[in-house]
Design a protein around this ligand. Sequence first.
Ligand SMILES: [Zn+2]
Length: 260
Amino acid sequence: MIIDAHTHIHPDPHGFGSHKDASVETLVANLRSAGIDKAVVLAIEPDMGNAYVSKKCAEYPQLIGFVSLDPLSPTSVEETLRTYVGGGSMHGVKLHPRRQGFGIDHLHQVIKLVEQAAAYRVPVLFDAFPYGDTYYKIQEVRLIHEVAQAVPQADIIMAHAGGIHVMDALMVVKGNRNVVVDVSFTPFWFAGSNIYSDLVFMLRKLGANRILHGSDSPEVLPEQALEDTLSLCNQCGFSESDKSLVLSGNIQRILSKALQ
Ligand SMILES: [Zn+2]
């Protein structure tokens, strides 16, 4: 069993740029040709909205939807959770501080949201690839640390293993039993750099049970990302059973906690 724990689909196939195909049909075809059994699809309101993603996940049972919630709009959070997660059509929460305009300054609101999600026992994935206008402002890795401390019952996924901050991310994941990383996009973006070597060091220190495979498709093709993850596993000296944790066991364990 192989699960890609980080993908996107967009109603406009060129929604991720003219050279990438973000359609659901292409994602499903790419997963099949790469021998990948399932994928987590992350909604990001408003462009990749909850209604759109949940509809596509109902059409394609190999897709597992995560709902997009806005910590700056607390009145919508409970209702959206009840509709999609309580209703059983979505199985986790996606937060994207950079695209949604929040960060460490909104810690209190983010903690409140994660407490609400944790009541459904579903994981909360944070984008953690600092980039662009808000590069110094959001402090994704620190935000995740503070939330993980405040809501120890929540399962938190740090996407992209912290991006450029892999060493900070290592200390945060080591220090918080309720945090795991996904290895999407970062090995691709930082290939050939010291960050890539640090990523290998980080993953080896963390151990296989804290790591999820992911592609960030359509940013990286699922087949390419699978090769990248297997290469990282080999450089860490992981065994076959370690690899099966990274490729599916860990995300299955996290998703199995949800209230039925
Ligand atoms: Zn992503």
